[in-house]
Each structure stands twice: as structure tokens, then as C-alpha cells.
Design a protein around this ligand. Sequence first.
Ligand SMILES: C[S@@+](CC[C@H](N)C(=O)[O-])C[C@H]1O[C@@H](n2cnc3c(N)ncnc32)[C@H](O)[C@@H]1O
Length: 216
Amino acid sequence: MTHRTLLNPLLTAYLRSGVIEPDPLLTELRHKAAEAEGEIIQISPEQGAFLAALVRICKARRIVEIGTHWGYSALWLASAAGHGAIVDTVEVDITRAQQAEMAFNSHPFGTEIRLHKGTARAVLPTLQHRYYDLVFIDGEKKEYLEYLNLCTNLLTKGGVLIADNTLHKGRVATPALYKPSTGVIVEFNRCLLESRNWFTSVVPIGDGMTVAVRIT
Ligand SMILES: C[S@@+](CC[C@H](N)C(=O)[O-])C[C@H]1O[C@@H](n2cnc3c(N)ncnc32)[C@H](O)[C@@H]1O
């Protein structure tokens, strides 16, 4: 099983060969989740390293994640943010949330993660406004525009929003291959790219990651 990527196999192998996961627990979790689910749903190791670099660049200490899955990306975020940071992560699927809970309980940075079981729609409005340094969106693709609305007010000025799968396996550039969720992703990217309130870059890593800085 390999992670989705838009790059050719040689470049992908090169990128992955240099990634060191923060510890063996993450490697084990990545393999266990992929095996149990029968497909790879979580971010790739090189995306984890990219997220960790962004966390460190903006010195993020308060982080929100939509879409915990088994907790792989949350653990990358928490490990990069360090002890005393907070990662609020939201997962709607109870079985996955239980797996994430087990992973957090056995990881040294799991104590910095608060797992919210429920929908992003229900949980995000309960979080503190203008409090978070970084938001990572990786939930249901059809809901990305709704997440954008719900997350904008959570971020401080200068806060960073990152969203995964924003090139949608290349579909965003191929209208004939559009799925209903592709239209939402295209609109999500457009809103951020055209807004004066954000400075945005769409990065071709993994399945595409949009990185936007809130400038107002
Ligand atoms: C791509 S996976 C997340 C992978 C995870 N971020 C990682 O890289 O380790 C998306 C997750 O979002 C969850 N999800 C879907 N819709 C959701 C919603 N409305 N609210 C919260 N979680 C949701 C799914 O159950 C799934 O586990």
C-alpha cells in the first residue's frame, strides 16, 4: 500500500527516504491503521514532516485538527509543538476515535492532545475564538467550505490554516474527472487564494496541501 501523491515514483522515494518519524510509535501506528482500514487514509510521513516544520516555523502552541482518524497527524503536530502545547482534534467516527485514544495514551506527547468525539460542526463552535495558532483541516472533503467558515474565527491574526487533499488526485485541474467534493475543494482554494484576508499557497505535496496565513 502506498500513499497518494502527485509526484513521480522516483521523486516520491527520494522525499520519503529522508523522513524520520518522531518515534517508532508513529511508524507502528501508520502501518496498523493502514492494515486495519485496508487503505491509507492518514497523511504520508513527508506530509507529517511538512506539518511539523510549519508548526515549528510559526511556533504554534495551540492547534486544532479536523479529522483525527487513528491519531497519526495529531501526534506529528503535538510532537512538533512540544510539551505544554494543546492539540484539539475532532473525530466523528467512534471506532477511529477509540484507536486514537489508545495511541495518545501510549505516546509521550499524547497528553497534549484533547480528543473531541463528534462532528466538526458541533465541536468547533465550542472552542475558544481567536485562540489558535494553527488549524489542520483533514475531515470530509464535501464539508471543506463549512470548515473554513467554522475555523476562520478560531485563528489569531497571523495564524496558519492548512488543508489536506486540496489537489484531489489532480481532479481540480480536470473538470471531466470532477466528483461533487472536487467542486467544493476548488471553491475552498479559490476563496482562500482570492481573499485579501489570507495569504495562500497550494503546495503539491501528497495529495496537495493548501497553506494559508490569516493576515487580518
Ligand atoms: C483523512 S482522515 C484523517 C486522517 C488524519 N488527519 C491523519 O492524517 O492521521 C479523515 C477523518 O475525518 C473524519 N471525519 C469525517 N467527517 C467528519 C466530521 N464532520 N467531523 C469530524 N471528523 C470527520 C473521518 O471519520 C476520518 O477519520
